[in-house]
Each structure stands twice: as structure tokens, then as C-alpha cells.
Design a protein around this ligand. Sequence first.
Ligand code: ADP
Ligand code: MG
Length: 464
Amino acid sequence: MTSDTLSPAGGPPEIEIQWRDICARLRGEVGDTAWQSWLKPMTVRGCEGGKVRFAVPTRFMRDWILAHYSDRIAKLWTEKNPAIQGIDLAVQADRPAPAAAVQPRPLKTAPTAASGDGDGRESLSAPLDPRYTFDAFVVGKPNEFAWAAAKRVAEAVKAPPFNPLFLYGGVGLGKTHLMHAIAWHIRTHQPKRNVLYMSAEKFMYRFIRALREQNTVDFKDQFRSVDVLMIDDVQFIAGKDSTQEEFFHTFNALADQGRQVVISADKSPSDLEGMEERLISRLNCGLVADIHATTYELRLGILESKAEQMAVPVPHKVLEFLAHRITANVRELEGALNRVVAQAQLVGREISLEGTQDYLKDLLRANDRRVTIEDIQKRVAAHFNVRLADMFSERRSRSVARPRQIAMYLAKQLTQRSLPEIGRKFGGRDHTTVMHAVRKVDELKSQDQAFAEDVELLRRMLES
Ligand code: ADP
Ligand code: MG
């Protein structure tokens, strides 16, 4: 089960971390399927003479990666770290089961196959992650409301208890997990009901394809025959008018027939930028449940539950340490635990607090470094020699308005806050003001080298 997250971390930590970043970037560029097949199985083995050495499971893979991806990888790497000029690939089937390396999540599609449409049509639903069940979800204060709501929806047999269920919260706090859990539950207990889970991105992609192939009637039919529709990360279609329109109609058609709709997003309906008013009000009609940032207790609980399933014992002190220090989101927390366990297995040593601190140095530093809007306001005000109060004030003279815009811009770049949230922190300004500031600063940066360097300098000071 853990084979996917436990890719042995063989290379030096910096290189490993750079590879993660590059990989994440490439995933966006090449798409999930290509990433799973080719990039994910690559294991960093070291670095020599300006080249990063990788191990890959088969020769075929090596040749394919060299032909299709190596130049791009080298280029991204040089941008990040000029010392790296290229990559080397060695075939090394030393990982226990090459099959597991080629299909990083071997279980992922299996359970869904049995519950497809059954009429030979290509299944529309995205595969569900077998790990994302209600049993595996740890409940605490920050997520209990969302969890209870998800449970109600999953257990309902007749009319939807609320429609839609709208789950929202920051990255890595368990929205996708809860949605899959609902789907698993319904597929297990009410197998006749047609459950469709899909990302909003995929929804849009399908819709656009249908438009292009002039096939929208089929598209509509497919969606409108489902009993439970779940669309993940709906913020993705904000601002995409025609997709939003179609989604709105699909949603209305389903809701009117008493079918359940479940939606997730990174913000509340009203905070979603570029969403149409009537869609927002429709979304607000059901139950809106937010997942708050984790607390120490919840983080510890999650770690305890994950550690139980690990192949090696993890001292409680280490769990407490991680829960204390890695606060951003559950995904990072899990990642840290996985890395510690993988490392310990690799070198064949027991897990210790000292070893953990040492091994996770970079990650811990990155967590400490998270910048707040207040930090940004202070730093920018000092830099331009204006009063901190002018970050919130109504004054519009250029001498204070420009620094304020730069601070808003940096807040957008360096924090996870949404535009409305940033606006509120700057004396209750509207999100459009923030949007304008971001555009303005971008524009000035492209026109004025000195200005661009100034902003860059501020950014670096804030990040260090
Ligand atoms: P989101 O969709 O909100 O970005 P995910 O649902 O993908 O977040 O969660 C990120 C990771 O954290 C997943 O591996 C998920 O299983 C795990 N996770 C999040 N919340 C919990 C929880 N309460 N209990 C157990 N695992 C959790
Ligand atoms: Mg998600």
C-alpha cells in the first residue's frame, strides 16, 4: 500500500528536493498519465560532474525518457540549479517489484472496474483512491463538520439531505479524501446507484471535447443519468464561462431530479473569483462545510493512525515532533512521515528524533519560513519608508499607493490567501483592488528593470 509514497530517497537531499519540484512542474506540463508512466518511476541515485544520475526499471523506459523528456528535465534543472547540466539514466531493476514502479498505484483502478457503468460505455468517473475511505479519515475539530456532512450524504438512501454539499478548505486538508470516501461508501452499500466523481478540470476538458466533436447531446446525457455527481476543485472552472454555464445546467438538471451533487473548492462559494452570481447562490443553497486548518491534536492523531500502518515502528516522540513542526497541511505531514520511514528502511536504522530532525532539515526550514501578510506589510513599509498604517489607509497618493500594491502583489505570490482575504487585510479593500494591484505590478515589472529588481529583492528578503 505504501509502495507509492516510499520511493527510496537515494540521492542527496537537495537534489532530491529539486527533483520533486521539477517533477511537479513536469506533471503539469505532460499530464498525469505520462507522468505516472515515465517520470514517477525515476529514482534519483546521485549527482556527478554536473549530471544527475537516475535509476529506471527498464531499458525501454530509459530510451523513452531520453528521447522525450531528458532535454526538458535538464533545462528546468539548470534554471533551478546552474550546476546541473544534464541527466544520466541507468537501468536498475533493484527495486523489489518493477511492476510496482511502473504502476505506482496498482490498486487505484482495480476497485472501480467492477462498478463501472456496466453498459460497455467508457466509464466517465475518475478512479477512486482505495486509501481514501471514511475508516482512514481521522476526525478532529477542524474537520468534524465536513466529515459529518459527508457521512450524511454517503448514508442517505432517499432524497439528498442537502443539495449540493459544498466542501471547501485549503490545499491538502482532506477534501478529495472525503469525496472519495462518499463514493466508496455508496458504491459499496448501494451499488445500483451511479456515482460519478471527476475533477472540474476533467469536466471542462470533456465538455470542450464534446463541443469540438459536436457531441454535446451525448455529453449531457452521460452526466444527467448519474445519481450522485461529485466535482472536485471547482475553483478550476471559475472564470471559464461556457464550462461554468454547462456545469450550472448539469447541476440544475440533476438537483431538480433529486440527485445528489457534491462539490469541493479551495474557497467558499462567495469567495470564488470569477463565478457567476446565480451559480454562487445556487451553490450556497445546499450545505456549505469548510475544513479548517489542522490543529496539533488532529495532526498528531493523523500521524498516529498512519504510523500504525507502517512497516517499522515510529517513536511517539517523532510523531509529536512532526505534528508540532509541520503545520501546513496533511499532505506535507504524510509526506514527511513517509520520508522518515523510507529513509530509515533504506539505511536499516531505527527511527530517532535526531535522525528525523537532521533528515528533514530542508522541509522544516521551509515550514518555518512561511510568510504572513503582516510580515509582508511590515517589510514593504520599511523598505519604502512609509508608515505601516498606510498599508491599510485610504490615502491614494502614489508614494503610498505603489508600496501598498507591491505588498498586495507579494501577498498573492508568497501566501496561500485568496484575493478577498488579502483585500480584507489591507484595510478592507475589495478583491478587485487586489487583482488590479497584481496586474499593475506585473506590468511595471515587465517595463522597468529596476522596479522588477526591487520587487525581487523584497521577495527574497521575505523568503529568507
Ligand atoms: P485536498 O483535496 O483537500 O487538497 P486531500 O484529500 O488530497 O486534500 O488530502 C491530502 C492527503 O492528506 C491525503 O493523502 C489524505 O488521505 C490525507 N488526509 C487529509 N485529511 C486527513 C484526515 N483527516 N485523516 C487522514 N488522512 C487525511
Ligand atoms: Mg483535492
